[in-house]
Design a protein around this ligand. Sequence first.
Ligand code: BEZ
Ligand code: FE
Length: 290
Amino acid sequence: MRNVTPETLTETLLGLSGPDTDPRLQEVLGSLVRHLHAFAKEVGLTHAEWRKGLELLTRAGEMTDDERNEFVLFSDVLGLSSLVDMINSPSGCTSSSVLGPFHILGAPDLPVGGDMIGENPGPQVVVEGVVRDTHGDPIEGAQIELWQTADNGLYSNQDPKQPEYNLRISMATGADGRYALSTIRPAPYMVPTDGPVGDLLNATGRDAWRPSHLHFIIRAQGYRTLVTEVFPSDDPYLDADAVFGVRRDLVMEYRPGDRAALAADIAARDRLNDSFSKVDFDFILPRQAA
Ligand code: BEZ
Ligand code: FE
């Protein structure tokens, strides 16, 4: 050990693992350590820079609690969350995307066609579609959770003026796999910038904006749970998402609504403004691996 050098340290460290170390842990940790050491050598990391990095992580730890996780936000803005999503997304299915920190459990049930607008101001939209398997067959009884911002760009758990479960629902698809609801258009917003992640974005001249989106979690027996988001094609931040959540197949279109063409189960049908829009968006779920 006393002869350790920058050239031998990495393999010396990796050679310390005991014979019972889980092989996958050894693979993942080994690669992480190799890349970490190679990174320090490549940039000639100084003591001041090393301390700064540890200071950022320490501050992230201090800011993190049950409601706010600054480490996840680091992973998001550094593209790691989306990279893990993309490399684990099977082809031929709807892409997954970041969960984000604003999901809460217990959203109220809404029947297919139900209304989420309630008292919310903002441009109205009817969203509907079908949850399908990879053969195109509808999935009955898929459980959908949907949550979004109000017109002010805030989620209900960020805004004391909104009811606890405002713009959050749970819905089971019918025999035809269909979901449908009326809501308002979500608004773009900035990821939290009052911590070390904000400092990093600032120091590198990056935007904190996320394009507006609808969050979905879709669960169905025998299928892989899909955590994703859907983004309108006309959002000004579509190509500038601070957390890289947008995928080509997750882009939806706001089309002009036609009241006469709405299905009879759209509860808000006769109350919608004349300027309401319509979105049709289907989801494809992969089968659960055996
Ligand atoms: C969100 O979409 O809610 C979100 C995702 C990542 C970071 C911050 C917010
Ligand atoms: Fe969000």
